[in-house]
Design a protein. Structure first.
Length: 158
């Protein structure tokens, strides 16, 4: 396997923002997912739409979209990019909520961090809206599942 260079480090090993000005503008997409583990009681309340704070999934969806758009303000070395679309889908499952995001751009750098941020902020919103009901709720498995575009092309989690 060839040795990969960490692009966020300069020749002296110092962190810096990568110069992407010489890269081609291409359509780039990233998909990410995550999981919020919740008690059976909260899962029932989500299904019945009886959580006292309101529609948890709708609020988490909007929060995830907003989070993707704010990524460069949260992650120090991320480039501000022009996001074309953000989709956040939430699915109530047996042990909690699965969160899926897809972010698409037409730009010079990747969009993985925006997809991960969308999932993370949606998950945090679920926790915020249910923490009084289930203080043991847990966020797990936040990960990039697939990405496409740019010089590295297509990648998909096995």
């Amino acid at each position: 396997m060839s040795e990969k260079k960490l692009t966020h480090l300069d020749a002296d090993g110092q962190s810096h923002m990568v110069d992407v000005s010489d890269r081609d503008v291409t359509v780039r997409t990233a998909q990410a997912s995550g999981h919020v583990s919740l008690s059976a009681e909260v899962i029932t309340m989500l299904r019945d739409k009886t959580v006292p704070k309101g529609d948890v999934l709708a609020t988490a969806r909007i929060a995830g979209i907003m989070g993707a758009k704010k990524t460069p303000e949260l992650i120090p070395l991320c480039h501000p990019i022009s996001i074309s679309s953000v989709n956040v889908d939430l699915e109530i499952v047996e042990d909690g909520v699965k969160i899926y995001s897809t972010v698409t751009i037409s730009d010079r750098t990747g969009v993985e961090m925006e997809a991960l941020t969308a999932v993370s902020i949606a998950a945090l919103t679920i926790i915020d809206m249910t923490k009084a009901l289930d203080p043991g709720a847990t966020i797990t498995n936040v990960q990039v599942d697939e990405k496409d575009g740019g010089r590295n092309g297509h990648w998909k989690r096995a």
